[in-house]
Design a protein around this ligand. Structure first.
Ligand SMILES: C[S@@+](CC[C@H](N)C(=O)[O-])C[C@H]1O[C@@H](n2cnc3c(N)ncnc32)[C@H](O)[C@@H]1O
Length: 235
C-alpha cells in the first residue's frame, strides 16, 4: 500500500517510523510519503489560511494551496487513490471502515488545521473523478486541533489489517469488532502468567484445555462487557 500525507506539520508523523508500521515500511508492505503543505504556497510568508466568509472566529485553510498540493500527489499516482479527509463532521470511523481502507492500494490523507479546509476542496475532488472515492472521516465526537492525530489513528487501525503486517494473523479475527463471531462485540478479559497475581486468579476454564468451553466462556464474557460498556453495539 502507498500512503501520502499532506500536512503543515510533517514532524507529527514521526511515530510512523516505529513498531508495526515502521516494520511494514522496512519490509516494503507500505510506502509512505509526507508532503509539507507550505511548499505549495505562493507568497513569501507561506500562507495557508485566510479569514472565513460569513465572519466568525478562526481561519479557514485555502483551497488554492490544497488544490496545488493534492494535484502534485495525483500527478505521481499510478492509479486512482482514495482520499481521506479527517474531520469531526465526517462519518465516525470504525473497524468496518478500516477493513475497507485496507483493501486500497493507495491512500491520500489531507490534514486540516485551524477551522478546517475550505469545503470546495472535498466538493472538487468528489466531482473530478481523480480519486476512486473521497471519505470524510471523524475519529469520534470531540474536536482535535488538527487532522494529523486522526490520520495516525486511521492509518494504524488500517495498516494492521494488511496481509503480512501482523505477525499472527489470527489476532485480527479475535479482536473486538472483528467480522464473524466478534461482530458488534468487545473483547472480554485476557490473561497471561502467573495464574495467581496479588490475590487475583485466572479463571479456571482457561487452563482446562477444553477449546469449545473456552470459546463459549470468551463469547459470554464478550457479551457481558459489551452490554456494560457499549449497549448501543448490540444488533
Ligand atoms: C479545530 S478542527 C476544526 C473543527 C471544525 N471547525 C468543526 O467544528 O467541525 C481542525 C482540524 O482537526 C481535525 N479534526 C478535529 N477533530 C477531528 C475528529 N474528531 N476527527 C477527525 N479529524 C478531526 C480536522 O482535520 C479539522 O479540519
Amino acid at each position: 500500500m502507498r500512503v501520502d500525507l499532506i500536512t503543515i506539520f510533517p514532524e507529527y508523523f514521526a511515530p510512523l517510523k516505529l513498531s508495526l508500521f515502521g516494520k511494514a515500511q522496512e519490509s516494503g508492505l507500505v510506502e509512505v510519503e509526507i508532503h509539507d503543505l507550505r511548499k505549495f504556497t505562493q507568497d513569501k510568508h507561506k500562507t495557508v489560511d485566510d479569514a472565513p466568509y460569513g465572519g466568525g472566529p478562526g481561519m479557514v485553510m485555502s483551497p488554492v494551496v490544497w488544490g496545488e498540493a493534492i494535484d502534485s500527489v495525483l500527478k505521481n499516482a499510478p492509479g486512482k487513490p482514495l482520499l481521506v479527509v479527517p474531520t469531526p463532521s465526517g462519518r465516525v470511523f470504525n473497524q468496518e471502515m478500516a477493513i475497507k481502507l485496507a483493501s486500497f492500494d493507495h491512500l491520500v490523507f489531507i490534514n486540516g488545521r485551524y477551522e478546517g479546509i475550505d469545503s470546495r476542496v472535498v466538493e472538487h475532488y468528489q466531482q473530478s473523478g481523480e480519486f476512486s472515492e473521497v471519505l470524510e472521516i471523524s475519529i469520534g465526537d470531540y474536536v482535535l486541533a488538527g487532522g494529523e492525530v486522526a490520520s495516525l489513528v486511521i492509518l494504524e487501525a488500517t495498516s494492521r489489517l494488511i496481509n503480512g503486517v501482523l505477525g499472527n494473523e489470527d489476532s485480527v479475527s479475535d479482536d473486538s469488532f472483528a467480522p464473524g463471531s466478534m461482530q458488534n462485540l468487545l473483547e472480554g478479559p485476557i490473561f497471561t502468567r502467573p495464574a495467581s497475581w496479588r490475590g487475583l486468579e485466572v479463571p479456571e476454564v482457561l487452563s482446562s484445555g477444553d477449546h469449545a468451553k473456552i470459546a463459549q466462556w470468551q463469547k459470554d464474557e464478550a457479551i457481558k462487557r459489551t452490554s456494560k460498556f457499549r449497549p448501543d453495539l448490540k444488533a
